[in-house]
Design a binder for this molecule. Structure first.
Ligand SMILES: N[C@@H](CCC(=O)N[C@@H](CS)C(=O)NCC(=O)O)C(=O)O
Length: 203
C-alpha cells in the first residue's frame, strides 16, 4: 500500500491531514509551497490539473477535492477504526455533513473571504456581499448548533470524520471574523473535537 499526501499548512488540506493522523495509517507527506507557485508546476498539475491542495495518491491513483478525499479515506480505512460509519443511513449522514461543509457553509464563508479579507484584491471586494456572507454563515452554523442538541457529536455519541471535517473548517470561519461564540453547543463541540491529539499533529 502506498499513500502520498500533498498539502500546505492552514489550507483545505488541514481536515485531510487531521483524518490521516486520526487513522494512524502509514503515509508520506509532501508539502507544496502554494505561495511560491509549486502547485502550478507541470509535475504537480499531472496529479491535480486544478493546481490545488489537498491531493492524495493512493496506490498510484490521484484523488483531489477534500470532501471526496475525506469520504474515500473514511470508507477505505475509517470503518474499522470506528471513525466512519459502515454502509447505511449513518454513512449517508456523515457524507451529508462533509459535503454540506464544503458546498453550503463553504459558499457563505468564501463570500466573506473574497469580500472582506486583506488578501482579496481591493477592487474586487464588496463589503455588503461580505457582511451578507457573515449573516448567512451564522445562520448555517445555528443549524449545526441545533443538530447537536442532546448529542456529543454530529452522528450521536461517537466522534467521526464528519466532526473533524467541520471542526477543522471552523478554524477558518474564526479567522474570517465570523463570531460563533454565541452558539454554545457548537462552541463546546468544536473544543471537544479540536482537543484531540491528532488535531495538533495536523496544522
Ligand atoms: N474545493 C477544493 C479547494 C482546494 C483549494 O482551494 N485549495 C487552495 C488552498 S486552501 C489552494 O491550493 N490554492 C492554491 C491556488 O489556488 O493557487 C478542496 O476542497 O479540495
Amino acid at each position: 500500500m502506498s499513500l502520498t499526501f500533498y498539502y500546505a499548512p492552514q489550507s483545505s488540506a488541514s481536515p485531510v491531514h487531521w483524518t490521516l493522523e486520526e487513522l494512524g495509517i502509514p503515509y508520506e507527506k509532501v508539502a507544496i509551497d502554494i505561495r511560491a507557485g509549486e502547485n502550478k508546476k507541470p509535475d504537480f498539475l499531472k496529479i491535480n490539473p486544478n493546481g490545488k491542495v489537498p491531493v492524495i495518491v493512493h496506490n498510484g491513483v490521484p484523488i483531489f477535492e477534500s470532501a471526496a478525499i475525506q469520504i474515500y479515506l473514511g470508507e477505505t480505512f475509517g470503518v474499522e477504526k470506528g471513525l466512519f460509519p459502515a454502509p447505511g443511513p449513518r454513512r449517508g449522514e456523515a457524507m451529508m455533513w462533509i459535503i454540506w461543509t464544503n458546498v453550503t457553509l463553504g459558499d457563505a464563508v468564501m463570500r466573506v473571504g473574497r469580500n472582506l479579507s486583506e488578501w482579496a484584491p481591493a477592487d474586487e471586494r464588496n463589503a455588503k456581499a461580505g457582511e451578507r456572507g457573515k449573516t448567512d454563515a451564522l445562520e448555517l452554523l445555528a443549524i449545526v448548533d441545533t443538530a447537536l442538541t442532546g448529542r456529543d457529536y454530529l452522528l450521536g455519541d461517537q466522534f467521526s470524520i464528519a466532526d473533524l471535517h467541520l471542526a477543522s473548517w471552523l478554524e477558518y470561519v474564526g479567522m474570517m471574523g465570523i463570531d460563533y461564540s454565541g452558539l454554545a453547543r457548537l462552541s463546546a463541540w468544536a473544543k471537544r473535537c479540536t482537543s484531540r491529539p491528532a488535531c495538533a499533529k495536523a496544522p
